[in-house]
Design a protein around this ligand. Sequence first.
Ligand code: 5GP
Length: 145
Amino acid sequence: MSLTGPYDPDNIFAKILRGEVPAVTVWQDKHVLAFMDVFPQSEGHVLVISKTSQARNLLEVEPRDLARVTAAVQRTARAVERALSPEGISVMQLNGQAGGQTVFHLHFHIIPRWADRPVKGHGHAPMAELETLQALAERIAAALD
Ligand code: 5GP
């Protein structure tokens, strides 16, 4: 997938938004959804997406939708910090296949970091247990402003 082209309404995040594929929600409102990455690169890896925008990447998104998503990223990252006490947080956002993007619905990764725990490679992390993700999501949600 290049940086330009049509939005695929059958991408996995579109299916999650339509309720066709399950996801472990951290929080949502009418504009955004924060949910656990099912192949977490570290404990507490959260994804944040727009519910309304059909932008595939950062280049396509309307500024108003981007503002909502980035505000949601900050709110979620703050909750991750309070809930899990990471030493650092990596916020990652990939564009185009050559940029490492694998799901073509704009999203931001929130990846908690600890100095003594190597982060798993993007696209190389094993699938997490649902119960583990659910417990993490509840801890993060409980720490939201
Ligand atoms: P990208 O490679 O596009 O930046 O990131 C896509 C992310 O979506 C990856 O980190 C991947 O683990 C995650 N992912 C892929 N399929 C699913 C899924 O079905 N459910 C959830 N929750 N995450 C997914």
